[in-house]
Design a protein around this ligand. Structure first.
Ligand code: SAM
Length: 365
């Protein structure tokens, strides 16, 4: 009989898979709490539920690359809801307390509410989601009913022309604002509003954004434009440093710094001196946030990444589809976390920026 060559496996085979398989079958290491080589616990899991998006944000999924011919993953490659739930349970056993569903655009994944219901049943877990807001007005209530607790909405400008130019699909600001209102009405609060700041593109929207959401209870989080993936043509000159963002807002709406809510919180918190609420800045380029990073990421096709800037991941899906027991999967996840040494933002340099990093839409933003 001729042997069958599994082409897909050959294409995706990675040296990490051997490490993963060995870890799954090694004796369990129950020595104390699960921390990596730098003492960081495993607390957050981001799950990318689709690599597709209905926006083509110029800094994330530029049209020239993610066009009609882009090879998005076929359905069979995606983790099923049952697979996601199984892995999520195992991650929770290993200490994860917060799951963020993301992508791509997570609201494009059909019946996402069913997955949320399944995850909510795990218990002891904060479940949230990041969305571009395009479908939020329609879905906020059903997401809440399914057990979603909070939502983060991306919105890069209140100026319609600027926003349309950034999402590159002519999507209007008004519809995202309607999505935010619907989410608030459904009780998905406090709502965080993510704004990626790119020099020369939307820095003029920084203060208007703060002013608009001040006093609403929603928290604007300004994100430094990052060198994620390999397609956005990132240059350091395009980054508006978080310190400059804070100075710009403070000049018009006085701010004071606030303590982090918990160790490993991505955003640095600032509150309005007049009690009008707070903002956050995510300075992942100018102030490395690696030291306290407690996040793991599960890609759309089930690879485990221990850093947003990784070039390769551990194929948990292959292991799960091979009949591996929950105990062995748990063992593998723990072993991977124990050997984790990532600190990309601390060592970012002219040599690391051109690395063939995986795309954010696939790994989960
Ligand atoms: N589609 C959803 C959305 O738009 O929120 C979820 C996925 S998106 C990749 C998650 C977040 O990553 C968004 O807030 C987006 O603005 C941010 N993001 C994408 N590319 C980025 C980059 N190069 N630098 C900083 N943030 C980025």
């Amino acid at each position: 009989m001729s042997s069958i060559i599994p082409i897909a496996d050959l294409r995706t085979a990675s040296p990490l898979d051997a490490v993963l398989r060995a870890a799954a079958h090694a004796p369990a290491n129950d020595a104390g709490p699960l921390v990596d080589t730098r003492g960081r616990a495993l607390h957050d899991l981001r799950i990318s539920v689709t690599d597709r998006c209905n926006f083509r944000c110029v800094y994330c999924m530029p049209k020239e690359i993610f066009g009609r011919d882009y090879p998005f993953l076929p359905q069979s490659e995606l983790l099923t809801f049952e697979e996601i739930e199984r892995l999520a349970r195992i991650f929770v056993d290993q200490g994860v307390r917060k799951i963020r569903l993301t992508g791509g655009e997570p609201l494009l994944r059909r019946n996402l509410e069913r997955l949320i219901e399944m995850l909510a049943r795990i218990g002891n877990l904060d479940i949230t989601l990041t969305t571009n807001g395009a479908l939020l007005a329609k879905k906020a209530r059903s997401l809440r009913d399914a057990g979603l607790q909070r939502v983060t909405v991306s919105l890069d400008s209140l100026d319609d022309a600027t926003f349309r130019a950034m999402n590159d699909v002519e999507f209007p600001v008004g519809k995202v604002l309607a999505g935010i209102d619907a989410a608030a009405a459904a009780g998905l609060a406090p709502i965080k509003v993510n704004m990626v700041v790119k020099r020369g593109t939307n820095e003029g929207s920084i203060v208007a954004m703060a002013r608009h959401f001040k006093g609403t209870g929603h928290i604007v989080r300004y994100i430094e434009y990052m060198d994620v993936g390999a397609t956005n043509g990132w240059r350091m000159d395009d980054v508006v440093p978080a310190s400059e963002i804070v100075r710009t807002i403070d000049a018009e709406l006085p701010l004071e710094s606030a303590d982090a809510n918990y160790v490993g919180e991505v955003a640095e918190r600032w509150r309005y001196r007049d009690g009008g609420g707070e903002i956050g800045v995510i300075a992942s380029v100018t102030q490395a946030v690696c030291r306290d990073c407690t996040r793991a990421r599960l890609s759309t096709d089930g690879k485990l990444y221990t850093c947003l800037f990784a070039t390769d991941g551990f194929d948990l899906r292959a292991l799960a589809r091979d009949g591996t027991s929950d105990a062995a999967l748990s063992n593998a996840i723990a072993a991977i976390w124990r050997q984790r040494a990532d600190r990309y933002s601390e060592i970012r340099s002219a040599h690391t920026v051109p690395l063939k990093k995986v795309e954010m839409s696939y790994i989960g933003g």
